[in-house]
Each structure stands twice: as structure tokens, then as C-alpha cells.
Design a protein around this ligand. Structure first.
Ligand SMILES: *Cc1c(COP(=O)(O)O)cnc(C)c1O
Length: 230
């Protein structure tokens, strides 16, 4: 079941790439399988079917699972990160998608230095300015990006957003467009010591539109594993 769904998602991604209007968009799209609230068996099934990247949004859950599944897959933190959990996060995750404050950025740098590591990060942008969502407002992204460039133990790889949820994914298109525009704007700034290549946007209900609009990392849970049981 998981293998079939995964194959379908991958095919949908390829079709979305083919439908893009701009040929300068990044041609490779990476799939992060979001496994929060799914058990080890389901995760192992997905890994056996070819999943290379696991996305979790809670540190403790991810640590427990990583202790069993190991590090042959890449671990991505997609949920909000509190400064008091940075130590665990830097120890585990290859990419932290959810950096949304100076304070958090500085703490990640400090801990990564202690680990003798360069931590890959994305800046989370609250592009639709929703009250209840984490992420910096669009106009603060460049400032945070410059700070990241000035720090030796973080490497800024790009941007992430969680789009508003609409039943009709087409409604999300303008938001993804705005995000892609911000992404290219930051790239064009050529901020020293950054490597802005990744645009993480699109979830099960809207990834096809996100990819059409330039996403090159999509984060998909339900589309691969079915509904989560809470
Ligand atoms: C849960 C989650 C996802 C995946 O959501 P689905 O709708 O199950 O695909 C993606 N990104 C973030 C940040 C999430 O918390």
C-alpha cells in the first residue's frame, strides 16, 4: 500500500514538473516523507520502498525512531523548534526547516560549533501572514539570511513555508508564487556564505501546485501513509 502510494506521489511530482511554465525552476524535486504519528513498521516499509528523507516535527519522537531506524536516511525537522531543544535537534537533523528567529539561529550556531558541525537550515516564512503560524514575515527573511551568512556553523540552504490550508489547492497558488519570488530575490542578493537552493513547500493536499510554482522540496505525510491516528 505504502509503496503504491509513494510511486503515485512520485509520478504526480514528475507530471507537475512537466506542467511548469518556467524552465529555469530547479529540475530535481526532493520528497520528504512526513512520518509524525506513524509507527516504525510503516516507516520501514517506506524506506524499503525507496524513501530517503524522513520529516518529523517533534524532537523526542524523532530521536526514538532514529535510534531504531538509524542514519541511512536523512532526518529533517519540519516542526517548530524551541531554543531549549536545539542541542537534540543539531545532534540529529541533517536539515532544520523551521528557523524563524535570530535567537534560534544564534543558538543553533552556538550548539553546532560545540558539535563541530555545520548545520543546514531553512528559514521558515509565514508568507500568508497567518496569526497562528510560525515563521518570519516575508520582509524579515533577508535580514535573517544575512545573519545566517555571518555565522560559521550554520549554512542557509533556502526557505520553507506552510501554506494556508484550502480544500481547493488552486487557491494556494498565489501564495506559492509569492514564495518563489522571495526565493529568487534572496538568491539574487548573493549573500556571502549562504547556499540558497532549496524551496520547501507543498504538502499532501497541495504539493502538485507547489511543484508547478517552483518547490523543490515537498513534505508529504498523508499522501504516502494515509490518515494519521492521534
Ligand atoms: C504534518 C506536516 C506535513 C505533512 O502533512 P500531510 O498533509 O500529511 O502531507 C508537512 N509539513 C509540515 C510542517 C507538517 O507539520
Amino acid at each position: 500500500m505504502i509503496a503504491e502510494r509513494l510511486a503515485q506521489v512520485k509520478m504526480n511530482i514528475e507530471h507537475s514538473i512537466a506542467r511548469r511554465k518556467h524552465s529555469d525552476m530547479p529540475a530535481q524535486v526532493e520528497l520528504v516523507a512526513v512520518t509524525k504519528n506513524h509507527d516504525i513498521h510503516a516507516m520501514q516499509e517506506a524506506i524499503d520502498a525507496g524513501v530517503l528523507r524522513i520529516g518529523e516535527n517533534r524532537i523526542q519522537e524523532a530521536e526514538k525512531k532514529a535510534a531504531i531506524l538509524g542514519r541511512n536516511v536523512s532526518w529533517h525537522l519540519i516542526g517548530h523548534l524551541q531554543t531549549n531543544k536545539v542541542k537534540q535537534a543539531v545532534g540529529l537533523f541533517d536539515l532544520i526547516h523551521s528557523v524563524d528567529s535570530e535567537k534560534l539561529l544564534l543558538e543553533i550556531n552556538r550548539i553546532a560549533q560545540a558539535f563541530n558541525k555545520v548545520q543546514n537550515i531553512l528559514i521558515q516564512v509565514n508568507i500568508a501572514r497567518e496569526d497562528r503560524k510560525f515563521g518570519v514575515p516575508q520582509e524579515d527573511a533577508a535580514k535573517l539570511a544575512k545573519l545566517a551568512g555571518a555565522l560559521d556553523h550554520v549554512l542557509l540552504r533556502g526557505l520553507m513555508t506552510i501554506a494556508p490550508h484550502y480544500e481547493d489547492a488552486e487557491m494556494t497558488r498565489p501564495v506559492f508564487r509569492e514564495m518563489y519570488a522571495l526565493f529568487t530575490e534572496l538568491q539574487n542578493m548573493k549573500i556571502p556564505n549562504t547556499d540558497i537552493q532549496c524551496l520547501s513547500m507543498g504538502m499532501s493536499n497541495d504539493y502538485e501546485v507547489a511543484v508547478e510554482e517552483g518547490a523543490n522540496i515537498v513534505r508529504i505525510g498523508t499522501g504516502i501513509f494515509g490518515q494519521r491516528q492521534y
